[in-house]
Structure formats: C-alpha cells, structure tokens
Ligand binder design. Structure first.
Ligand code: UDX
Length: 434
C-alpha cells in the first residue's frame, strides 16, 4: 500500500473511534486523542469501549497503526489533518453545547499548517466563527452521517461525503477529499455553511419522515388500515423512497433529537420560526407515551401491574441509551404506579445507571415471569427467535405491545398472546391459537 498521510482524531467517542479505525484500515497511521485517561488506557490495552459491529476486528487488525493518547502535543506532532469528533450535546435551551469544540480550538496553535476538519455536528455559522478566532488555520467541514450499529459499513460505503471549505482553504479541502477517494460514493464540495446545513437538514428531514409515518400509523389505528402496507405503497414512489418509514415508539439516539432541536433553535435565533420541526418534536414526544394508553386499554389502571420492557437501547445493535424512548416510557409507567422490569442483551449495563428503579432481568424469559404485559421497545433479533409459547406460560397475562411492529402478529397470537402493534390493525386470535 502506498504511504498515506497520517490522520489525527480528537475525541474518541462513537464517531471518533470509528473514524480512527476506518482510516487505519485504509492504510493511514492514526493518532487519536481523548481527554479521558481511563478511556485512552483501555483502548491502548486493546479493549473496545463501545458496542459497534465490526469495530473490534478493525481495531485489532490495525492496532500497530493507531496510537491513543491524552496529549494534544503528540497529536499535533504526528498529524497535519485533524478530525474534531467531540460531542455537541444539547443545552437546556436546545442549542448545541459547543464547549468541547471550543476547548479543542483553544488548544490548537495559530499559524501552523494543521487543518481542522469538523466532524462534530455544529450549528451553521460555527466554522465561520472558528475561522475568525484562528485565522491562520485551515478549516474544513466534513460532517458525519454514520448510523450506530452500521457505522463501520457506513464509513466504508458512504452515500456521499461532504467537504465544505471557504475561499483560501481549497488545498486543505483537496487533502480531505483525497482521504475519501478510495471509498465509493460522491464527494460533494461546497462552502462551510452549506456543509453544516446539509448535516442538520438531513437529520431533520429523516426525523420528519419518522414523525410523519408515526402520525399516519396513529390515523391507521382509527380507520382500520395497516401502516406497514401504507408505508410499502408510499415507498414504491421513487420521490418518497421506502427507508425511514418504519412506524414505532419514536426516534431516539445521539443525533436526531439533538439535531432537530439544534436546527429549530438555530432558525429561532435568527428570528425564523421553524414550525414544521416544532411539530416533529412534539409528535415524537407523544409517540413515546402512546404505549401507556395501549396498555391501559387492556389492563385498565396500571397501578401495581408488572410491565416487562424487552429492549432498552434506542435501537438494535447498539448499547447507546442516549434519548432512548425506553427512558421516557419507563418513567411514565412508573408514574402510573406500574412495576417495571426490563431486559436488554447489550445495553443493560448502561441502562441500569439511568434507570435505577427498574429491575434488570438476565434474559427475556426471566423478564416476562409473572408480568401483566410485555412491550417490545428495541428490535433486537433475539426477540424474533423467542419461544413465545413458553413466554405466554410464564406471564400473568400474555399481552404484548410491539412498539416496533417487529413480530408477526399471527405467530404471537398463535402462542396465546393478545397483540397490539403501532398502526397495525390485527384481528382477534384464531381459535386454534388457544
Ligand atoms: C442518525 C443518522 O441516521 C446518521 O446519519 C447521523 O449521522 C447520526 O444520527 P443513528 O442515531 O445511529 O443515526 O440512528 P438511525 O438509524 O438513523 O435511527 C434514529 C432513530 O430513529 C432510532 O431511534 C430508530 O429506531 C428510529 N427510526 C429509524 C424509526 O423509528 N423509524 C425508522 O424508519 C427509522
């Protein structure tokens, strides 16, 4: 493999670690810096700090090409191209918290030949203000579009790579675009503000699609239609497309909730009221709570009822609990006086810290023991394989609310369950189902 330019990564969270591992796989030497000494120590020992399919293999295979460090000096000495991958969580006001980005910028030397490449999601205008503070430094916006659970695959097979740079930084943008040249997918060159907006607008649009289909699902329940069929029919129209039309209990995760809110606030701060996003957020909040009404429809008051949550992570194939719908749902159920027990094959550890009063079970069947109802919160593949007949026998009442429309209603009904999906009209169980 030809000698490739070293790459620096600042902030080794989900995005940073995947970026580091993938550039190493592409043949680059990578120096990755994080301020948390225990994280750097764990990664240096060869431990993978997050659950992300394929990542452990990449890190193991490329261990000799990646150095983890807490020292900014080591990073600056070893690499010219510096990817900023620190998190930008929401503040109380809904704006993005840029304090970690700012802290990184303050550590960078002025007037060096380093290129600051912003992967962290930042409000449009951030690049311009950083360039004002550090006029000697080249600045490129290169937003990430990685989905947790398929992040390695997404990095290696991007739909597109966006490289935003303003006049004067063309050479830096060429260097960044060059890094991605071995990969398929179009490289879109644009200005910094547009690159920043592409990221926010993409996530806001996808969140809008989800809230839209969730509202359609709610109407389907009223009129006796099936949202799965409706989404299939809509998705065949190429102008609409079939992805992100799965109705459920609302979107969560580290990006959608925060980016939708950040875009709404960004617009608001300029005096523009982004009405559509206000509704998208509200629909999502209400959707997380609809399961409570579905349980009450069958059980009446939830006071003293034992409810089993199957899955807690914000989606399958991740242990990420950020903005997971399970957090709101568990709190609402407990607010109604229910006893909540939960099982998640991967996120239980992280979840236990956030859901102190929820009982954590070691298996799905153990969670269902004596339960008055079960709710599928995360579409973990093992729930499709579960012995639902055994489950029905263990429960005080075999009632299932499938928050992801993940199971075949006929199968669980045949096992003896009452079944409720989201926007799915399901007939009564066949007598043979027993
Ligand atoms: C998202 C974006 O997809 C990615 O491009 C961005 O860079 C980071 O944020 P991620 O947060 O990993 O990725 O999750 P994603 O797979 O996009 O799902 C987000 C949420 O929407 C999840 O809670 C998921 O369950 C939900 N969802 C998704 C639905 O409810 N219905 C759908 O049809 C799709």
């Amino acid at each position: 493999m030809t000698e490739r330019e070293p790459v620096g990564v600042i902030g080794v969270g989900w995005v940073g670690l995947v970026t580091a591992a993938c550039f190493a796989e592409l043949g680059h030497r990578v120096i990755a810096r994080d301020i948390l000494p225990e994280k750097v120590a764990a990664l240096s020992r060869g431990e993978t700090t997050i659950h992300e399919p394929g990542l452990e293999d990449l890190l193991r295979r490329n261990a000799e090409r990646i150095t983890f460090t807490t020292e900014m000096g080591e990073l600056l000495d070893g690499a010219r191209l510096l990817f900023v991958c620190v998190d930008t969580p929401p503040t109380y006001s809904g704006d993005a918290d840029l304090s970690r980005v700012r802290a990184v910028v303050e550590e960078l030397p002025e007037g060096s030949d380093h290129v600051l490449i912003m992967k962290s999601t930042v409000p449009a205008g951030t690049g311009e203000s950083i360039r004002r503070d550090l006029p000697g430094l080249a600045y490129v916006s290169c937003p990430e579009f990685l989905k947790e659970g398929t992040a390695v695959e997404d990095f290696m097979h991007p739909d597109r790579v966006v490289v935003g740079a303003d006049p004067g930084d063309e050479a830096a943008a060429d260097a960044v675009a060059g890094l991605y040249e071995p990969l398929p997918g179009e490289i879109l060159r644009t200005d910094v503000a547009s690159a920043e907006m592409i990221k926010l607008a993409s996530n806001a649009f996808l969140a809008t699609k989800i809230s839209f289909i969730n509202e359609i699902a709610n109407v389907c329940e009223e009129v006796g239609a099936d949202v799965g069929e409706v989404a299939r029919g809509m998705g065949l129209d190429q102008r609409i497309g079939s992805s992100f039309l799965r109705a459920g209990i609302g979107y969560g995760g580290s990006c959608f909730p925060k980016d939708v809110s950040a875009l709404k606030m960004l617009a608001g701060n300029t005096g523009y009221h982004f009405q559509l996003l206000t509704a998208v957020i509200e629909v999502n909040e209400l959707q997380k709570r609809r399961v409570v009404g579905k349980l009450e429809k069958h059980l009446g008051s939830l006071l003293g009822k034992r409810i089993a949550l199957l899955g807690l992570a914000f989606k399958a194939n991740t242990d990420d609990m950020r903005e997971a719908s399970s957090l709101v749902l568990a709190a609402r159920l407990q607010g109604e006086g229910a006893e909540v027990v939960a099982y998640d094959p991967v996120a239980a550890g992280r979840a236990a810290e956030l859901l102190e009063s929820v009982e954590m079970a070691d298996s799905a069947q153990a969670a269902l023991d004596g339960a008055d109802a079960a709710v599928i919160v995360t579409e973990w593949p093992e729930f499709a394989e579960l012995d639902w007949k055994e489950a029905a026998g263990r429960m005080a009442r075999p009632l299932l609310v499938d928050g992801r429309n993940f199971l075949d209603p006929a199968v669980v009904q045949a096992a003896g369950f009452e079944y409720e999906g989201i926007g799915r009209t399901v007939g009564a169980p066949s007598p043979a189902g027993g």
